[in-house]
Design a protein around this ligand. Structure first.
Ligand SMILES: C[S@@+](CC[C@H](N)C(=O)[O-])C[C@H]1O[C@@H](n2cnc3c(N)ncnc32)[C@H](O)[C@@H]1O
Length: 234
């Protein structure tokens, strides 16, 4: 990696996801010990939306969350995924080609090409942690979501006590080692544990959503709180 995430996070994140795109789904399944798929299914099921809702998947990556919205619903949603990495978009488009109610576009989560109040719900899966400005990212999703709609984030959480010690041991050591085995380079995979350390806990995120003017903010924990989902009403 040419850029370090401490100097220029946006450029680092862009280069890194473009580089690891082809392995991203596999890496995710392995480092989550197989729980990634099940959690993303539950994340979608936790949000009740009207038929034909317009839904945005921000930082859509290879498109798993958006695909779940199509697969686990018979409600004919209209779904757009937005991500700034072209290699992630290509993989998402490949998965989605048989669905005409799902499309992906390239764009910046901090400055999205949508009118105010366009969507009934905005999902962001493991995206907030990667933005250079978390609050700006949340406010941008709030801007494009209709009044009464939802912003939903899934990301790393902070478990309590001994579970946190176990989780950190696993995440800080195994993930970079796995990256090294896969790519001969652990740098991108050091970023994952590092970024989760500086990311707010689920309790702090709930407070941030409230500070930014959301109501009825709910939190759901997965894997003893190592992963957490917030649902916040606009
Ligand atoms: C960890 S991946 C998550 C992908 C997918 N949502 C998932 O749940 O697997 C983070 C994604 O955020 C994208 N991303 C990071 N910063 C972004 C930004 N400022 N604008 C758009 N996409 C961004 C990256 O390209 C990457 O695909």
């Amino acid at each position: 990696m040419k850029t370090d995430y401490k100097d220029n996070k946006k450029e680092f994140v862009y280069q890194m996801f473009n580089k690891i795109a082809a392995d991203y789904d596999l890496v995710n399944q392995v480092i989550s010990l197989g729980s990634n798929k099940r959690i993303k299914e539950q994340v979608v099921k936790n949000v009740i939306l009207e038929p034909c809702s317009n839904i945005l998947d921000v930082c859509s990556g290879t498109g798993d969350l958006a695909m779940n919205l199509v697969k686990y619903s018979d409600k004919n949603y209209k779904i757009i995924g937005i991500d700034f990495c072209e290699n992630m978009i290509k993989l998402a488009e490949e998965k989605a080609k048989e669905f005409d109610n799902l499309k992906f576009i390239q764009g910046d989560a901090l400055n999205m090409p949508f009118e105010d109040k366009t969507f009934d719900a905005c999902f962001i899966g493991y995206g907030l942690r990667n933005l250079e400005d978390l609050r700006k990212g949340i406010l941008e999703m709030k801007r494009v979501t209709k009044k009464g709609g939802y912003v939903i984030s899934l990301d790393m959480g902070k478990p309590k006590g001994f579970i946190n010690t176990l989780f950190r041991l696993y995440f800080d050591n195994f993930v970079p080692l796995f990256g090294k085995i896969l790519h001969g380079n652990s740098v991108p995979y050091r970023y994952f544990p590092d970024s989760s350390k500086t990311f707010p806990s689920q309790e702090e995120l709930v407070e941030i959503f409230k500070e930014l003017g959301f109501s009825e903010v709910k939190n759901y924990n997965y894997v003893f709180g190592a992963i957490a989902q917030q649902i916040a009403k606009v």
